[in-house]
Design a binder for this molecule. Structure first.
Ligand code: MG
Ligand code: MG
Length: 260
């Protein structure tokens, strides 16, 4: 069942999505060598509850945490741990909130200290993939147009596009129909209509697209042990141009301010 949203519902979704971005901005400024993802998780949960919302992931499908924190070769669904982040790592942080009955779901990959150039290039390209996917999310296009745009850009750089996990509809449930794969064929799949709200979230690997699940039953990691990046936006399908509900600039401005 695909739920198209009313403008009032979209307002709620925007507020939830922006609260996730503020949460990611807060924890993002704390990402540095020596910090543990467990500490970030505690701070994120407190911030979300202080803002009259509840963590969106915690308790859902048995998820134990507010954040999912995936370090280096971990793609997504990494569980916060007491392992310290170290210089040169990357950490993909995925966060959800539930507020006024609607979910926000946003992810961003952060650099820890100084990251190697080839990894920085992976992050940049994954962000570009997300932007190209969003550009394709307009009324009259099809789901496959989004995936095609993402896959085409990633693979032209020699990167691998993870297929086992996909973007999704977003609303009163965290995962609604339709699925939004990060690969696909032009003109294939469901027709996109106005007021469909979806999470677009490319997961791009440095080399092979192959992934495995770790023994914790949660973490998805690259099979070759190389790095993977993940960025996620929440968008509304509109005529001519998609509307982005989330705002990564909140995160990036906080990081820049922190750097000065
Ligand atoms: Mg997410
Ligand atoms: Mg998502």
């Amino acid at each position: 069942m695909v739920y198209y949203k009313t403008e009032d519902q979209i307002d709620f979704l925007r507020n939830s999505s922006l609260l996730v971005c503020k949460t990611l901005a807060l924890v993002g400024t704390l990402v540095k060598p020596g910090v543990t993802t467990l500490e970030l998780d505690r701070i994120a949960e407190e911030f979300i509850r202080d803002n009259s919302a509840v963590p969106g992931f915690k308790g859902l499908y048995g998820c134990p945490s507010t954040l999912l924190t995936s370090v280096n070769s971990q793609v997504v669904h990494g569980l916060p741990s007491s392992t310290q982040l170290k210089d040169g790592d990357i950490v993909s942080i995925d966060c959800g909130v539930l507020m006024n009955d609607f979910y926000g779901d946003v992810a961003y990959t952060f650099e820890v200290g100084e990251v190697e150039d080839n990894i920085r290039e992976l992050l940049k390209t994954t962000k570009e993939c997300l932007k190209l996917g969003i550009d394709a999310a307009v009324a009259g296009n099809r789901i496959g147009d989004i995936g095609f745009a993402i896959q085409n850009h990633a693979e032209s750089h020699g990167y691998g596009v993870v297929r086992e996990l996909v973007g999704h509809g977003l609303g009163k449930k965290l995962h609604e129909a339709p699925e939004v794969p990060n690969y696909g064929r032009r003109g294939a799949g469901m027709l996109l209509k106005e007021c469909l709200v979806i999470a677009i979230e490319p997961m791009i690997n440095l080399k092979s697209r192959a992934v495995k699940q770790l023994e914790d039953g949660w973490t998805i990691a690259t099979l070759d042990g190389l790095c993977s990046a993940h960025y996620e936006h929440n968008v509304v399908v509109r005529k001519g141009r998609a509307e982005i509900l989330s705002d990564h600039s909140i995160i990036e401005e906080a990081l820049n301010k922190n750097r000065i």
